[in-house]
Design a protein around this ligand. Structure first.
Ligand SMILES: [Zn+2]
Length: 102
């Protein structure tokens, strides 16, 4: 097996892609390029580029945390919807309490 590694990177036609200056890998956006450079070519980056990576990486982590919080909130809402439907459908109020605490 010889040759250049190939990458599965989808760049929609007509979009301008950002090519990595170190390994020519095409990336969809400037932001992804910054992340790729920080992960794969850290030793070759100058201090400006490293700082840019830290900021982008931080922003990405914040996005992920926000997403997790939203999903947790949704789960809680779904749980209470089911609880209300159940307590509305049942005539015995203690069955709901035993459902939650037992
Ligand atoms: Zn690269």
């Amino acid at each position: 097996m010889t040759g250049e590694p190939t990458y599965d990177t989808d760049v929609p036609p007509g979009e301008s892609s950002a090519d990595c200056p170190y390994c020519d890998r095409p990336l969809e956006s400037e932001e992804l390029l910054v992340l790729h450079e920080g992960l794969d070519h850290w030793e070759r980056l100058d201090e400006d580029r490293r700082e840019q990576f830290r900021e982008t990486y931080q922003r990405e982590s914040d996005d992920l945390r926000g997403f997790r919080l939203k999903m947790l909130g949704l789960l809680v809402v779904v749980y209470f919807v089911f609880l209300f439907v159940y307590s509305w459908q049942t005539t015995d109020p203690y069955s709901v309490i035993s459902l939650v605490f037992v």
